[in-house]
Design a protein around this ligand. Structure first.
Ligand code: PHE
Length: 354
């Protein structure tokens, strides 16, 4: 090949490139590039032929060849920019358009139980209470004895307890706590009165699962110890709490009841905030209170002097009230859930609505 033929070839490569360039698109641009500038591309091979030319010719033709090479490279990058995309050699298209909005991804949200605990906690924080926690694995002293429930006391039957075979270092039976009341003892042992504490958390009982029972559930304990604390303080505190949670219309009713760690003790009902029944036009068929007008929400009372004494408090000087409520019941009322199992099954279709 002489230099004239070489130049002619160069021109035809140039023509070939620019003629085909108009037909290029996002998916063939890489192949097109390889065809001309690749290791065995037209232009690469032609430049390689220069080795047989004289030094003078090499200089001249080389300059022409390199000029075309950069011309082609510029055009290619211009085309790539235009397509805004690059196809990989495997033919898989990678489209990157940074101006497009991102794919929406679903955000998590707090579980209804957590939301309920947060709401209740917020109310009590405003009333000057602090939050304390206690262990799930308790011993019988904290869960029962210190709360005035001695061994063989019939009220232990009220708590279907998960016992362990293991004893702790004080030779006390270990068990899963059946209520949050042991936190009263643990806190009073550590801190001096006056005290205002709430303690939400999991508790465990050997219950079969149904629409309103589970073997793991949540309670919130509250207690207040100071001078001259009475049933009246308890009533005011609980009424304020329930109105904050369910609105001004909510009322409370106290029924005498027995818990060994309080005296007097009461079970507390809330007026049914769903009467007349929502979504049920047949009069007198409230699915929530079964037409009684009341919903049982918690147990409460004035802390028994024996309990204060077992924590080293002088019960002549100090008195207190305590209450314990199931959190699921509040969550169900707040979110309109009829079956408690919904709260544990983690069905995202349901949880996403709450
Ligand atoms: N611990 C009791 C229960 O689980 C509730 C309660 C707490 C009652 C505090 C009175 C005072 O049933």
């Amino acid at each position: 090949m002489n230099s004239a033929e070489w130049k002619e070839k160069l021109l035809s490569i140039r023509k070939g490139f620019f003629d085909s360039a108009v037909k290029s698109n996002a998916s063939n641009i890489n192949a097109f590039e390889t065809e001309y500038l690749g290791r065995k591309g037209f232009l690469t091979l032609l430049l390689r032929d220069l080795k047989d030319f004289s030094l003078e010719e090499k200089k001249l033709l080389g300059h022409l060849g390199n000029t075309l090479k950069s011309e082609i490279a510029n055009k290619l990058s211009e085309l790539k920019n235009k397509f805004g995309s690059v196809s990989s050699p495997s033919g898989i298209k990678n489209d990157f358009d940074l101006t497009l909005p991102a794919y929406p991804y679903s955000k998590g949200s707090l579980h209804p139980i957590t939301q309920t605990i947060n709401k209740i906690t917020e109310i009590f924080l405003k009333l000057g209470f602090s939050v304390a926690e206690g262990p799930f694995i308790e011993n019988e002293y904290y869960n029962f004895e210190a709360l005035n429930i001695p061994e063989d006391h019939s009220s232990r039957d009220m708590h279907d307890t998960f016992y362990s075979d293991i004893k702790d270092s004080k030779n006390k039976d270990l068990l899963l706590r059946t209520h949050t009341s042991p936190v009263q003892i643990r806190t009073m042992e550590k801190l001096k009165p006056p005290l205002r504490i709430i303690s939400p958390g999991r508790v465990f009982r050997r219950d079969a699962i149904d629409a309103s029972h589970s073997f793991v559930f949540y309670q919130i304990e509250g207690f207040y110890v100071d001078r001259n604390v009475s049933m009246a303080d308890l009533k005011w505190t609980l009424e304020t709490f329930i109105k904050e949670l369910f609105g001004e219309k909510a009322k409370l009713r106290f029924r005498p009841s027995y818990f060994p760690f309080v005296e007097p003790g009461a079970e507390v009902d809330m007026s049914c905030v769903f009467c007349p029944p929502i979504g049920n036009d047949k009069k007198g068929k409230c699915p929530v209170c079964k037409d009684t007008g009341w919903i049982e929400v918690l147990g409460a009372g004035v802390i028994h002097p024996k309990v204060l004494k077992s924590c080293g408090y002088d019960s002549d000087k100090w008195s207190g009230f305590a209450f314990g409520a199931g959190i699921e019941r509040f969550a169900m009322l707040l979110f309109g859930i009829k079956d408690m199992r919904v709260l544990y099954e983690n069905d995202l279709r349901i949880l996403k609505q709450l």
